[in-house]
Design a protein around this ligand. Structure first.
Ligand code: IPE
Ligand code: IPE
Ligand code: MG
Length: 234
């Protein structure tokens, strides 16, 4: 790393490339998701070691339901495994939150998600937000509905709506993303953090997520450190 490293407070990662990783090896796609889940666990630990405050990972989008049932079930079962292991490793100073619409998930999974969110992890260093059944547009629609309800029930008037009114009703309870990393070679957001990425720095990387290492995160942070963030100013 160079001498002047600026640590982003909030990193977003689009964990993409699991399918291609598996295909390259002649394995079923779900093996790619399995390896990807292991990488996620290690990168969360590394974020804690680095002192990153917020890590938001894109695990399953509102569009991913289009995939074959077998693949969708596989991803949900990996989430169950992750949450079970999390429980054993509690008190690790990493808090877990889920963002996205939880309503379509099976009751057992929802209960596990809530349990993880309420777990006592000691003094929190990193909060990991897992975007599951998450869509940036869905998040904004959800916020708009809440605002409409607040107006209809007399808690808010239309004239008083500001950007903060919207921000406060998003699924994610974090400041905006400073750095968004997308491995896999694709260069698009695919409906990730639309509102929260207004001034994010983007780093696209040619590595598939299951091959992503701590050194790749270092490289992305190093690249971020070289950027000149102006936020519209001079
Ligand atoms: C991302 O990897 C994981 C999920 C969307 C669940 P992909 O499964 O999209 O991997 P590729 O893009 O097909 O390689
Ligand atoms: C984005 O990846 C969603 C996740 C990584 C969870 P996709 O693989 O679904 O995105 P597209 O289809 O390539 O845009
Ligand atoms: Mg993909």
């Amino acid at each position: 790393m160079t001498d002047k490293i600026i640590l982003p407070e909030h990193i977003g990662i689009i964990m993409d490339g699991n399918g291609r990783w598996a295909k390259k090896r002649g394995l079923p796609r779900n093996m790619g998701h399995k390896k990807g889940a292991e990488v996620f666990v290690d990168i969360s630990k590394y974020c804690k070691e680095l002192g990153i405050k917020w890590l938001t990972v894109y695990a399953f989008s509102t569009e991913n339901w289009k995939r074959p049932k077998e693949e969708v079930d596989g991803v949900m079962n990996l989430m169950r495994d992750y949450l079970k292991n999390m429980k054993k490793a509690a008190n690790e100073q990493v808090a877990v939150r889920f963002i996205g619409d939880k309503t379509p998930f099976d009751a057992d999974l929802r209960a596990m998600m809530e349990e993880a969110e309420n777990a006592d992890v000691g003094e929190v260093i990193t909060t990991v937000q897992i975007a599951l059944n998450y869509g940036g547009r869905d998040e904004i629609v959800h916020a708009v509905k809440e605002i409409a309800k607040d107006i209809a029930e007399g808690r808010l008037s239309a004239e008083d709506i500001t950007e903060d009114t919207v921000s406060a009703r998003l699924y994610s309870g974090t400041p905006e993303a400073d750095l968004i990393i997308r491995p896999s070679g694709e260069e698009r957001l695919s409906n990730f953090l639309l509102w929260e990425s207004a001034y994010s720095e983007f780093v696209f990387m040619n590595v598939l997520w299951p091959d992503f290492t701590r050194a790749d995160l270092d490289a992305a942070i190093e690249e971020y450190s070289k950027r000149n963030r102006r936020f519209g100013g001079v």
